[in-house]
Design a protein around this ligand. Structure first.
Ligand SMILES: Nc1ncnc2c1ncn2[C@@H]1O[C@H](COP(=O)(O)OP(=O)(O)OP(=O)(O)O)[C@@H](O)[C@H]1O
Length: 253
């Protein structure tokens, strides 16, 4: 199967302070490569500071790599740090949805802004898309008139999902997006994600510390250690027979 998302030799370095007047380079991601197919989920795990969130930011275009390529359905969307800014097919959902939403905008206005900025839909087409997207994520059409503070934590995650899905992406990156939810809301959100995946063939990149979730929903697994891939393959095979020390440690915890 042709991969939807392919990451080739992605590298990222930060310039960090090394003393009063000096700075040094800190390699956060080194030669990261993996691919994932349509309708599949790939999970990325690793100990704290391994580089998972940095990878999420590079995939979603929130930050640029120093070198390497990101390909979407064989088209290069980022090449050695140069991003195709027209690409809206990889969207991200963060852990703290409330913090990523503008408190002064209703959900409808926020979704409308997103459509106005990224599409040439007229007002009626935008309204239809907003209504359809809210229903898709299990919210009411009336919720478009609500401000972020009027939602529960679980509903806010649905709002974040609506904002991610409104542009019909091919890939959604979930960076600890389910971690703050209580178990029953998490289960509902996971079921919704799986339903949407089945219906639309969405591909997920799941970044989490939650290993039972990884085992439950991911097809493939990437294990990062100090910015490098130390294990990559089918999730179940890795859980049954983890090869690297860090995977063994993470799975045994
Ligand atoms: N803008 C930045 N400038 C300098 N260093 C950074 C920057 N962003 C991240 N880092 C460093 O890069 C490393 C990887 O950070 P990252 O947030 O990607 O890790 P993580 O695997 O997501 O960790 P966690 O599981 O704790 O969220 C850390 O050592 C972090 O301090």
């Amino acid at each position: 199967m042709q991969p939807v998302l392919k990451v080739q030799a992605l590298c990222k370095t930060f310039n960090v302070r090394a003393g009063l007047f000096s700075r040094k380079k800190f390699e956060v991601l080194k030669n990261i490569s993996f691919c994932v197919g349509k309708g599949e989920t790939i999970a990325v795990i690793g100990e704290t500071g391994a580089g998972k969130s940095t990878l999420a930011k590079l995939l979603s275009g929130a930050d640029n790599a120093d070198s390497g390529q990101i390909l979407l359905e064989s088209n290069i969307i980022e090449d050695d740090g140069v991003r195709d800014n027209q690409c809206r097919h990889i969207r991200m959902i963060f852990q703290d949805s409330a913090a990523s939403l503008n408190p002064g905008l209703t959900i409808g206005d926020m979704l409308d802004d997103c459509l106005q900025y990224n599409t040439d839909f007229d007002e009626q087409a935008r309204q239809e898309k907003i209504d359809a997207t809210l229903s898709k994520v299990g919210l009411l059409i009336d919720h478009q008139h609500y401000y972020p503070h009027m939602f529960s934590v679980g509903q806010l995650q649905r709002v974040a999902l609506a904002r991610a899905l409104i542009l019909d992406p091919k890939v959604v990156v979930l960076d600890e997006a389910l971690s703050a939810l209580d178990p029953s809301v998490r289960a509902q959100t996971v079921n919704l994600l799986l339903k949407l995946q089945k219906e639309t063939g969405l591909t997920y990149v799941l970044i989490t510390h939650h290993l039972s979730l990884v085992r439950h929903i991911s097809d493939q697994l990437v294990v990062l250690e100090k910015g490098q891939v130390v294990e990559y393959g089918a999730t179940e095979a890795i859980f049954k027979d983890p090869q690297s020390k860090v995977t063994q440690r993470l799975i045994c915890c």
